[in-house]
Design a protein around this ligand. Structure first.
Ligand code: GDP
Ligand code: MG
Length: 316
C-alpha cells in the first residue's frame, strides 16, 4: 500500500543554536495571584483555565514557550496555601512535588497587595528548593504609582536573595523582560519540544502510548525498554476527498541496531507498528487517520529520568 506524502515538514530535525537554554519552570504562588493568566500571556494563547474563583487549577499543566535563545517548559501548579482540608493538602503536595523536579522556580505574588503572612509561608517552603528562584511581582497594572515603591519594598524585605520582576499577566507589561531573565537562568540544553508547540496535550500522550503499545507487542528484549514516542504534530487534513487526521510521530531509540529492528526488513516492522497504532487512533478520533512514523536514534536519551518523565516519556 502506497503511503501519501507527509502533510507538513517534521520539526524533529530542529537545529538548536549554540548557547541555547532549556528546562522546566514551576509556577508557584498562592491561589489567585495570576499563575494561569501569566501562562496564557507568555505562551500567547489560552492553554490554562483561569478564574476569579480560587483553585480552578487542580492538575499540573505544561505550557511551552520557545524564544530565539531558550525554551521554557512551564508547569502551572495549584496554588500553595496553608492546607486546611484534604484537597488542600493534595494541592500543596502537588506543588511541592513540582518544586523538586524543575530547573527553576518562578514565584508569583500579587504585588498590588503588600507582602503578608501567606507569602512568608511560601518563601520558607521555597528556601528549601534546590532550584534557583525568581519572583514575578504580578498585577503591576493595579499598583497605584504612589504606593509602588512601598509595595516592592515589602517583597524585597521578605525575599532579599531572589531577583524580582515587576509585570502584569493581564496586560503583558514586563513579560518580555521576565522571559529573558528566566531563559538565561535555565541550564544550557536543546529543544525539548518542537519550537511551535504551546502545550503538552493529554491527547498527545495518549497517541504516543498507542504507538508504544504496538512497539511492545511486536518487538522483543531490549527494544521496548529503549523506546520513547514523541508526537510531533496532529493536523486536521481536509484537503483530500475525505477529511482525516494526520499524526506525525517520532520513535526515539538509543542505538542504531534498535532502529534497524524497529524499521525491519524493507520497512515491514514499522508498517506493522504503524498500522496497529493507526487502527487504535481511528477509534480515538472516530474517523480516518493517516499516521506517519519516523525512527530516530538519540544515544542515552534515558539518562535523564526526571526530565523524561516530565516529557511523558517512559523507559519501561
Ligand atoms: P491563579 O489561581 O494563580 O492561576 O490565578 P488566575 O490566573 O486564575 O487569576 C486570578 C484572577 O486574577 C483572574 O480574575 C485574573 O484575571 C486576575 N489577574 C491575573 N493576573 C492579573 C494582572 O496582572 N492584573 C490584573 N489586574 N488582574 C490579573
Ligand atoms: Mg490557576
Amino acid at each position: 500500500m502506497e503511503s501519501p506524502p507527509p502533510i507538513a515538514p517534521l520539526p524533529s530535525e530542529v537545529t538548536t543554536p549554540d548557547g541555547f537554554h532549556s528546562g522546566f519552570v514551576a509556577l508557584i504562588g498562592r491561589p489567585n495571584v495570576g499563575k494561569s493568566t501569566l501562562l496564557n500571556q507568555l505562551v500567547g494563547q489560552k492553554v490554562a483555565i483561569t478564574s476569579p474563583v480560587a483553585q480552578t487549577t487542580r492538575n499540573r499543566l505544561r505550557a511551552i514557550l520557545t524564544t530565539a535563545t531558550a525554551q521554557l517548559v512551564l508547569l502551572d501548579t495549584p496554588g500553595i496555601h496553608k492546607p486546611h482540608h484534604l484537597l488542600g493538602q493534595r494541592l500543596v503536595q502537588s506543588a511541592r512535588g513540582a518544586i523538586g523536579e524543575v530547573d527553576l522556580v518562578l514565584l508569583l505574588v500579587d504585588a498590588s497587595q503588600p507582602a503578608g503572612r501567606g507569602d512568608a509561608f511560601i518563601v520558607e517552603l521555597l528556601r528549601q528548593a534546590r532550584a534557583p528562584v525568581h519572583v514575578a511581582l504580578n498585577k503591576s497594572d493595579c499598583m497605584a504609582a504612589e504606593q509602588a515603591e512601598a509595595l516592592i519594598a515589602s517583597y524585597r524585605a521578605l525575599m532579599p536573595e531572589w531577583p524580582l520582576h515587576l509585570c502584569s499577566a493581564l496586560s503583558g507589561e514586563g513579560c518580555p523582560d521576565l522571559v529573558s531573565a528566566l531563559g538565561a537562568e535555565l541550564p544550557p540544553g536543546p529543544h525539548l519540544y518542537p519550537p511551535d508547540a504551546v502545550s503538552d496535550q493529554p491527547e498527545q500522550l495518549l497517541l504516543a502510548e498507542l504507538i508504544r503499545e504496538q512497539v511492545l507487542h511486536h518487538t522483543r528484549e531490549e527494544v521496548p525498554h529503549s523506546v520513547a514516542v514523541r508526537i510531533e504534530r496532529i493536523v486536521e487534513d481536509d484537503t483530500g476527498k475525505a477529511p482525516r487526521t494526520a499524526v506525525l510521530a517520532t520513535v526515539l531509540v538509543e542505538r542504531s541496531s534498535q532502529k534497524g529492528i524497529l524499521i525491519g526488513k524493507g520497512g515491514q516492522m514499522l508498517r506493522t507498528i504503524g498500522q496497529g497504532a493507526r487502527l487504535q487512533m481511528q477509534k480515538v478520533f472516530d474517523g480516518p487517520v493517516y499516521l506517519e512514523l519516523f525512527v530516530k536514534v538519540v544515544p542515552g536519551w534515558r539518562s535523564h529520568p526526571g526530565r523524561l518523565a516530565e516529557l511523558g516519556y517512559r523507559g519501561d
